[in-house]
Design a protein around this ligand. Structure first.
Ligand SMILES: Nc1ncnc2c1ncn2[C@@H]1O[C@H](COP(=O)(O)OP(=O)(O)OP(=O)(O)O)[C@@H](O)[C@H]1O
Length: 340
């Protein structure tokens, strides 16, 4: 649905030029929810604005739904942009217009009866059927984003670009907006691109993710693989924000008594590395090898129907080392952090 080939965007030129996006190639399939994550300044917003040519790339090609946008003159892009809806962190609603008028904005030229029908349908879809006559100032942040989503969908787009769409919202409202986007994706098959600096958002809703750093995509893959086997330091640092498993290093540095070991004990971090890993693995290990497992941190959840995450634990018993090897054979990565 979306194909970027060697896309670069430089603002200004010469020594003062800013290379916001550098040689990015990506393919996003129809109906997929794709995440682009990166720290502030990584180039995410610029890249997403290249998808609808709000920014014209300095180099490379952008193809959406089979049409190469980078070859089109500006006047032809207006029609193409109707296929690409966009929502923003600060909603960008028109304050002097009602909710219904905001949603109807992209429907200019459509007759009144059809516009009214469409607006009603969209407000029902986003769960705000009773807010048609309200003004944006009378709405909560989550409700404003729902209106913005309805407006973005009014022209019947095939792609929805979400630029930090939940960054101004509290965690509970974030979840409800992500559920709504997921619901719309499932009902309509719309392709969704989510720009975010929050790994929790990626984990919650995306099937695949690209990690951006310094204008480049440094790592890309399905969410389970990226979480279980990150290659780049920047990816690991994002993942650590959604897990407490790296906190054990802080305990070790601080010399905490929690990580003092008796002779023969092992301090281990285990993480699932493949979807085939089984959740019964801990009790199984304990029974099979007679090891005591004292869990210090655990962070387990289910992504794509497979357990993801792991735990930090102290293993004790004569067969602790053997038990570790058994874990490894069960698609679990086991790192020994300290030996007693
Ligand atoms: N119109 C512009 N003119 C000049 N430089 C720009 C322009 N837009 C973005 N930049 C620069 O390009 C780089 C990437 O910015 P961009 O907004 O794409 O990053 P981002 O990852 O979306 O960060 P944030 O989440 O903070 O918006 C930054 O160094 C920024 O200052």
């Amino acid at each position: 649905m979306i194909k970027l080939v060697h896309v670069s965007k430089t603002f200004g030129d010469g020594e003062t030029g800013v290379h916001a996006v550098r040689d990015v190639s990506l393919e996003i399939a129809p109906g997929e929810i794709f995440g682009i994550i990166g720290y502030s300044g990584a180039g995410k917003s610029t890249l997403v604005r290249c998808i609808n040519l709000l920014e014209r790339p300095t180099d490379g090609t952008v193809t959406v739904d089979g049409q190469e946008l980078t070859r089109m003159p500006e006047r032809d892009l207006r029609a193409v942009r109707k296929k690409i809806g966009m929502i923003f962190q600060h909603f960008n609603l028109m304050p002097s217009r009602t909710v219904a008028q905001n949603v109807a904005f992209p429907l200019k030229g459509v007759d009144k009866a059809e516009t009214d029908r469409k607006v009603k349908e969209l407000l029902e879809l986003v769960g705000l059927p009773d807010k048609a006559d309200a003004y944006p100032s009378q709405l909560s942040g989550g409700q404003k984003q729902r209106v913005a989503i309805a407006r973005a969908l009014a022209s019947g787009p095939k792609v929805l670009l979400c630029d930090e769409a939940t960054s101004a919202l509290d965690p509970q409202t974030t979840r409800s907006i992500l559920r709504l986007i997921q619901d719309i994706n499932q009902k309509t098959g719309i392709t969704v691109v989510i720009i975010t600096h929050e790994m929790a958002v990626v984990k919650d809703i995306c099937r695949r993710v690209a990690v951006m750093d310094g204008g480049r995509v440094v790592e890309e893959g399905d969410v389970f693989s990226i979480f279980s086997s990150p290659r780049e330091a920047v990816t690991r640092s994002f993942i650590s924000t959604t897990s407490n498993l790296s906190k054990v290093e802080e305990l070790m540095e601080a010399g905490s008594p929690i990580v003092d070991l008796s002779p023969g004990q092992l301090l281990v971090r285990m993480t699932y590395i493949q979807k085939s890993a089984s959740e019964a693995i801990i009790s199984d290990l304990s029974r099979r090898f007679g090891v005591d497992i004292n869990i210090i941190y655990s962070n387990l959840e289910v992504i794509e129907d497979a357990p993801l995450g792991g735990l930090v634990a102290v293993l004790g018993g004569d067969r602790a080392q053997e038990a570790l090897e058994y874990w490894t054979s069960k698609n679990v990565r086991a790192e020994v952090l300290k030996r007693g």
